[in-house]
Design a protein around this ligand. Sequence first.
Ligand code: TTJ
Length: 638
Amino acid sequence: MSAEYGAEQIQILEGLEAVRKRPGMYIGSTSARGLHHLVYEIVDNAIDEALAGFCDTIQVTINNDGSVTVVDNGRGIPVEINKKKGISSVEVVFTILHAGGKFGGGGYKVSGGLHGVGASVVNALSEWLEVVVDENGHRYKQRYEYGKPVTGLEELGESDRHGSTVTFFPDSSIFETTVFEFDVLKKRLREMAFLTKGIRIEFRDAREGQEKEQVFHYEGGIKEYVQYINKGTTPLYSDIIYCEGQKGDISVEVALQHNDGYNESVNSFVNNITTPEGGTHLEGFKAALTKIINDYARNNKLLKDNEQNLSGEDIREGLTAIISIKIPEPQFEGQTKQKLGNSAARGAVNEVVSKSLTYFLEQNPTVAKSICEKSITAQRAREAARKARDLTRRKTALDVGSLPGKLADCSDKDPKNCEIYIVEGDSAGGSAKEARNRKTQAILPLRGKILNVEKARIDKIYDNKEIRSMITAFGTDIKEKFDITKLRYNKIIIMTDADVDGAHIATLMLTFIYRFMPELIRQGHVFLAKPPLFKLEKNKKVWYAYSDEELAAIINEVGRDQNNKIQRYKGLGEMDASQLWETTMDPESRILLRVGIDDESKSELDVTFTTLMGDDVEPRREFIEANAKYVENLDYNA
Ligand code: TTJ
């Protein structure tokens, strides 16, 4: 390195060293998630240039060597010497912590990966990083290794384009994995494109054998996002309601549309970062929507003077919405620091939504009327459900034996030790009851297909016997009444046949749990049992295989010969109690898949469920594959 080591330089190196020592503090974790955040950090810089109005195309490529390149056609990171620091602005960006966006332009950095820490952190956590800048008719390049410049900012020659290009290879001594996943990056890049209307993001996988390319470009921005989420549904009206405005230094964008279903999919973002726990911006939105719809319903006599106000929940039945705000200094609160705290955001969103929505409703009375009517029907259904529920509750309070009749409960009363198997069909339920460990394992057999909650309103859902059984057995109640401390079992295990029908039934159960008690999944209480697909017998010895590969491996081990007896299990019913115990229920030898929710892609999950449980048969057939994405292997003791 040519530059002399001044106090400034030493400080820089200390800064990057801190990042390498405690990477988790800067990017959340060093798992695959942290790895992918590196890409988002770099792309965010290009998005900022787009938001400033100087860039319309971003290319992201996973290169054959596993590195990632991000190219934009913006002004180019300034190459001039930064007077205060005595190095080029390029070098400032890549070596000084929190330098992102603050230099030169004077604007503030609005976008940002989950942690919004900037390019210097990516640099510090990369084995190498190269930046190429095209500006002023020239091309410049600099290379870094482990965060430190190993060349100066060199001029390579002339150039007739302008923009910034960054290529980096993550440090394998820091990350658990350095393999980028196309599908993971794809989701976030698509989301970024939806949130930045007009931007064109070209995403390419150039790794040999897995070459693919996708382009994300949405002129309609979050309006198209709402359309995308609603694609598997029947919209209540064709318009996407759009609200846009600015209050002080906060800019607000909201898009919404109801579908004829019963679920709420409201997704909020701050500076392009998802806020799964909501916060003030979401509160402002909900308050405005509730007030404006009630006002409209009253003013237009859709709601009589003697009738109750519509609740927020009634109005949000079947609602899909995106709330996206840009705010200079977001304050995040809560345990996971994902909840917006800025008070000013509440008022800003409330004001923008109130104004635009009032205007829209006046202009579109037919749409206004259908929203009000749907909300009123929801209100009535909710009232009916409440009565049904009160009835159930009173029963519970009165007699101890109010647990569902078919439930074979366990004797241990400490939920920590207990698990419940939800079993498809009475016959498998019978074997499971026989096989179980009575102390800790409860069995709840369910008959046939349970109700598809994507297609039923709350009162119908409460009416359904199988669903009521699950609710009472779990003990937690649902939705707003959900209380995790009442959970009667530490593990809820769904056990169905290992075929398409079984997968469908498991999906129906998961859909129910996801919609009504998502916290059970979030806190890791929900599992899928994995029954074996094959049994191999040879000379009185028995092996079980849970996949084709495993069967092949076993055959390989025991030898391929006449004495091998191979049975393919078609259902749980083909196993007797002892086999069921050994293969699927014995904690020592069973395989359980823990079901998880990735909050960072909640809107995607909503799409998955609506598509999966919608009218089309085909997506459901693909369930087994799709499902693999939402479950992680828990213990594999087989
Ligand atoms: C700053 O103000 C003067 C003109 O250039 C502005 C700027 O920073 N532009 C800019 C930065 N465009 N693109 C970037 C950038 C792009 C990538 C892919 C990565 C990084 C770290 C910055």
